[in-house]
Design a binder for this molecule. Structure first.
Ligand code: NAD
Length: 263
């Protein structure tokens, strides 16, 4: 299917690894001008070089801690200077620390607030004027299955990603008239460094092996396996396409059926 994405400028945040990186590859394959940012320079360079060797096109990369306003402003400035106004913004972030309510301090809550909600708000604020002037734009937030089915020891994720969902729905009502859509993609268990970390953490608590924890996660999924990062990225790319121009304010799960609710 021709998705009409050729030449669009895409910024994917927190994208040196995992779902963000897989999404970057898919946008490169569509002929987009892709920029990625992340805190870790070595991982960014590695991702950019590997992507270049696969597709003969290197994404623009910028070192950015998305918890910091100055880094966010610097990233948007660099991308805009090199590629022009950003057409498609993918707000991704690292996962917050796991923990139950009584394990977490005020600082943990504040960090998760900056990392998950404020990063998306800050990037969006900076790219919206350019999207409005072009009368075209796509904002896609990577959230989590936790917005539909809370995960017991991920209370920071459950809470702050729900805030992202409410914020995204609200702004989608306000920017629709500029032909800008705002949607959320909610991954289920996806085999990345983040899931591996969570499995190691759960294994410590239960005294089990992390291999067994990963196998039991897969067993909970009706599809009986974990997702590949590109399966999440494929939905992101579709939501960015012309064909998805009438989908806005939605949260769509890529979860192999693990969410037990009907909607
Ligand atoms: P990952 O840990 O594999 O990759 C996270 C990326 O974020 C890395 O590139 C890392 O460098 C970057 N990053 C982390 N903190 C950053 C910061 N402060 N500034 C800039 N970059 C930063 O994660 P993933 O599995 O690809 O997950 C992506 C998102 O999806 C996360 O928010 C995660 O919680 C969520 N999610 C993942 C799963 C899963 O099973 N993998 C399930 C549900 C939700």
């Amino acid at each position: 299917m021709e998705l009409h994405l050729k030449g669009k400028t895409v910024l994917i945040t927190a994208a040196s690894l995992g779902i963000g990186r897989a999404t970057a590859e898919l946008f490169i394959k569509e002929g987009c001008k892709v920029a990625i940012c992340s805190r870790n320079k070595d991982n960014l360079i590695k991702a950019a070089q590997e992507i270049k060797s696969l597709y003969s096109q290197e994404p623009l990369w910028v070192v950015c801690d998305i918890d910091k306003i100055a880094d966010i402003e610097n990233t948007v400035n660099i991308v805009t200077k090199n590629y022009g106004d950003i057409d498609i913004l993918v707000n991704n972030c690292g996962g917050p620390i796991p923990g139950f309510f009584e394990d977490l301090s005020d600082n943990n809550w504040q960090d998760a607030f900056d990392q998950i909600l404020m990063s998306a708000i800050r990037f969006t604020k900076l790219v919206l004027p350019g999207m409005k002037s072009k009368n075209w734009g796509r904002i896609i937030n990577i959230t989590s299955l936790s917005v539909k089915q809370p995960v017991d020891n991920l209370i920071l994720s459950n809470s702050l990603r729900s805030a992202v969902t409410a914020w995204a729905k609200t702004i989608s009502n306000q920017v629709g008239k500029y032909n800008i859509t705002v949607n959320n993609v909610a991954p289920g268990y996806t085999l990345t460094a983040r899931l591996y970390e969570l499995a190691v953490n759960r294994a410590k608590l239960s005294g089990d092996s992390h291999e067994h924890v990963l196998a039991s996660m897969a067993n909970d999924v009706p599809m009986k396996r974990l997702a590949r990062p590109d399966e999440v990225g494929s939905l992101v790319v579709y939501l960015a396409s012309e064909q998805a121009g009438f989908i806005t304010g939605s949260t769509i799960a890529v979860d192999g059926g693990v969410i037990r609710a009907m909607y």
